[in-house]
Design a protein around this ligand. Structure first.
Ligand SMILES: NC(=O)c1ccc[n+]([C@@H]2O[C@H](COP(=O)([O-])OP(=O)(O)OC[C@H]3O[C@@H](n4cnc5c(N)ncnc54)[C@H](O)[C@@H]3O)[C@@H](O)[C@H]2O)c1
Length: 251
């Protein structure tokens, strides 16, 4: 994909898991990557790995639930690099499974804000830079939780990930005239450090039984879909959700 050469990307949540794999994959294609994450040490470690493989990357600590922080970080990178072609929004997740009945009301805001509010802030901060050059790719990590009620998922997380899909469609409509595409990837069960810590052996066995491909995904398998949606080749795809779930749901 030599058409990535010269492009720049912000990858949120790039300190770990899917975001780290997406950042490394984009950098391997010649994209100048900036990781925005709360976890400065984790982000720096990914930057070191990328540079060690011959890529170009930097990291900046930002709280994406804070508008001023988000806008300042996006503006600083876009102005410094001279352009902003791609935003991959992988920050978010949830700390532990909890049912609707047991979900404390105080747990709602942090999860909805880190997944969904952050997406709104990123779109608002990145769009002006992309509109200037009439080109942009925005790819968010939603979840199978937003596509199907077949598995138990926490209510705040499910709502946030569903909101991300609705916002993907609305942003695609608003930004399409400026040559900017907005899409989502909906993974199901991925082997990342966070999910390894919260999935019980029984849950993993259930996933393996109910997934046609018979296994969980590797972060790289999700990153591959992200990279394609972020590429110039995905030029006529916008407002969509790509399910990357081993066939766990077929919509
Ligand atoms: N891992 C899975 O099985 C899975 C499945 C479906 C969807 N997803 C989604 O994919 C994305 C990546 O998941 P993962 O498991 O690879 O990583 P993760 O959820 O463990 O990590 C997310 C990263 O986001 C950062 N972050 C959280 N809040 C932030 C904030 N306010 N500002 C800046 N950074 C913040 C964290 O520091 C962390 O580095 C998440 O959005 C998650 O919901 C993951």
């Amino acid at each position: 994909m030599d058409s990535f050469i010269g492009q720049t990307a912000i990858v949120t949540g790039g300190a770990t898991g899917i975001g780290a794999a997406a950042a490394a994959s984009l950098a391997a294609q010649g994209v100048h990557v900036c990781i925005l994450d709360l976890d400065a040490a984790g982000a720096e470690a990914v930057v070191r790995d990328i540079k060690g493989s011959g890529g170009t990357a930097s990291a900046s600590r930002a709280d994406l639930t804070d508008w001023k922080d988000t806008q300042a970080a996006v503006d600083a990178f876009a102005k410094g690099a001279g352009r902003l072609d791609i935003v991959v929004h992988s920050a978010g997740g949830f700390p532990a499974y909890v049912s609707l009945i047991d979900c404390p009301v105080e747990a709602w805001d942090p999860v909805v804000n880190s997944n969904l509010r952050s997406m709104f802030y990123l779109l608002k901060a990145a769009a002006p830079h992309m509109m200037q050059r009439r080109y942009g790719r925005f790819v968010s990590l939603s979840s199978m939780a937003a596509r199907s009620g077949v598995n138990p998922n926490p209510p705040h997380y499910t709502a946030a990930k569903g909101g991300m899909l609705a916002l993907t469609r609305q942003a695609a409509r608003d930004l399409g005239p400026y040559g900017i595409t907005v899409n989502a990837v909906a993974p199901a069960n991925v082997q990342t450090p966070r999910t390894r810590a919260i999935r019980t052996p029984e849950r993993i066995a259930h996933i393996e039984r109910t997934t046609p491909l018979g296994r969980l995904a590797e972060p790289q398998e999700i990153a591959n879909a992200v990279v394609w949606l972020a590429s110039p080749q995905a030029s006529y795809v916008t407002g969509t959700t790509m399910d990357v779930n081993g066939g766990a749901t077929m919509i």
